[in-house]
Design a protein around this ligand. Structure first.
Ligand SMILES: Nc1ncnc2c1ncn2[C@@H]1O[C@H](COP(=O)(O)OP(=O)(O)OP(=O)(O)O)[C@@H](O)[C@H]1O
Length: 305
């Protein structure tokens, strides 16, 4: 288990982390989400010893991470860290040697990962000649080449085309299946939903939501109602008590109901407009869960008032 426990970090008067805690079991994939500037990179940098926490610690298999343990972590930093003049194959082999492989093993591992990430034909090219997405693949190969026990990846999918996304996703799932805990940050919530066993959403210095996507959904279940009323005017639901109109396109309306609101009253109001062709609870998407979780509670109360 990779555990983040009670992390605090303040830069000047900016309290970035205010008690961040979560765990990534071995063999599972954790999607680390949060708005820009929420503190995801800071959390990962603390794990890697690149920033110091004011309080709290990160443990791997019950022990606080030290330099030796960190050498067994595959890390992809946000700022990336490739040598532009080095050739792709040499670059990946270089990272393998940094993690303790001898020259022959490093070359073999480099060849394997360069091929698996679809860079075989670029092996002899300098990194600087590669597109951004291909440089990203080299960076990933560098994180994977030492057969790490843990993977910590800062926005590994950003900038990749769909084929790149698929090959990266497959590589990460394979690591998971081999028992490696994988933590990655991403703003691509569809990907997080598709790949991750669990998700954490960071906001206001804390994990405001964490669990499987199913658990997060259940927490919000029974709140989103889709009603299709083809003959209704645009404002038909605007003044219903305990109801917020999330979206409306033509008669296709998505409503959020307060827990105490009676759905049958909403149905009655819908019928008053004419035909009702669809009336059903809808599971929130991860994007909707994210919006809900990161929304400032004070603003939400204001909006409801
Ligand atoms: N070295 C630093 N000195 C001062 N402030 C910093 C430093 N590093 C990060 N911060 C601040 O900490 C906050 C969190 O930044 P961080 O990069 O961890 O967020 P993030 O969730 O990774 O954001 P993004 O999704 O945009 O990458 C931001 O307000 C940032 O300006």
């Amino acid at each position: 288990m990779l555990e983040f426990d009670g992390l605090y970090k303040t830069y000047g008067d900016n309290a970035v982390l205010r008690g961040v805690g979560f765990a990534v079991p071995e063999g599972s994939m954790f999607g680390f989400c949060g708005a820009n500037g929420a503190g995801k990179t800071t959390t990962m940098r603390i794990a890697m010893g690149l920033a110091r926490a004011d309080a709290g610690e990160v443990r791997w298999r019950g022990r606080p991470l030290d330099e030796a343990a960190r050498r067994r972590i595959g890390y992809m930093p946000e700022e990336r860290g490739l040598y532009p003049k080095m050739k792709v194959g040499e670059q990946v082999a270089y990272f393998a040697r940094l993690h303790g492989l001898d020259t022959a093993a490093a070359t073999r591992a480099s060849d394997e990962w360069v091929d698996r990430l679809g860079l075989g034909e670029r092996r002899g090219d300098r990194v600087e000649k590669l597109s951004l997405g291909n440089q990203q693949r080299v960076q990933l190969a560098a994180a994977l080449v030492s057969r790490p026990e843990v993977l910590i990846l800062d926005e590994p999918f950003s900038g990749l085309d769909p084929v790149g996304v698929d090959s990266l996703a497959e590589a990460l799932l394979e690591q998971c299946r081999a028992g490696v805990p994988v933590l990655f940050s991403s703003h691509q919530l569809d990907l997080v939903e598709r790949l991750c066993d669990s998700v954490g959403i960071l906001a206001r210095g804390r994990m405001v939501a964490a669990g499987t996507v199913e658990e997060l959904r259940r927490r919000e279940a029974g709140r989103l109602l889709r009603v299709v009323v083809p003959d209704a005017g645009p404002g038909w639901a605007a003044h219903l008590p305990g109801v917020r109109v999330v979206s409306q396109q033509g008669g296709d309306t998505l409503l959020e109901l307060d827990p105490a609101t009676d759905d049958q009253q909403v149905l009655a109001a819908a019928l008053e407009t004419g035909r009702v062709t669809h009336f059903a609870w809808r599971e929130p998407s991860l994007v909707e869960l994210f919006r809900e979780a990161v929304a400032d509670p004070a603003q939400r109360q204001e909006a409801a008032a």
